[in-house]
Design a protein around this ligand. Sequence first.
Ligand SMILES: [Zn+2]
Length: 195
Amino acid sequence: MTDDEVVDLLTLMASFDRRTVGDADVDAWLMAVGDLPFADAKVAVVKHYRESREWLMPADVRRAVRAIREERIKVRPLPAPTPDEAVDPRVYKQRMADIIHRVGNGKMPFRAITAGGGAEPSTEYQEARSQEDRDRVLAQTVPCPVDWCPALAGEPCRPSPTQEPLTTWHPSRLQVARGEEPRPINKQSTAGEAS
Ligand SMILES: [Zn+2]
């Protein structure tokens, strides 16, 4: 994050804990957390003060940001090696390392929602969105069990084989991906309920 973003981060903290934000604080925090993505650090601050009365330190921010990254990586299935990569596993390993890095930064498979220069979405919105994204990614780790839906693993659900992909998913697909017993297909009404 930039100097200005560190100031914003400290201002956010100060609105919870009334800390003072001087140049020395900005310098110190820049050294301690300046390598972290600003958006994740902000989520970490809000999450901390939502759950705790403890004074927030750089180590807390780093730990929370690491957890955010690990969660993103955990829910994102990694692609299989291409035929070339199967011949040379080092190439595959390198590509996976790149993907894991980008997934950790929230760049894949969905573009960071703060991209584009619009108004900054609220933290609640960001958290709801990231939960939705996690569910979508998880659902897509398995083929869709719905008869008329042609989606294979890694593909979005469709209302029928000839129609455009849905931005949501068939609920029973998420259940299968979670290892739950899917509800009978004939009782299923609308696509896209997240549970
Ligand atoms: Zn489906």
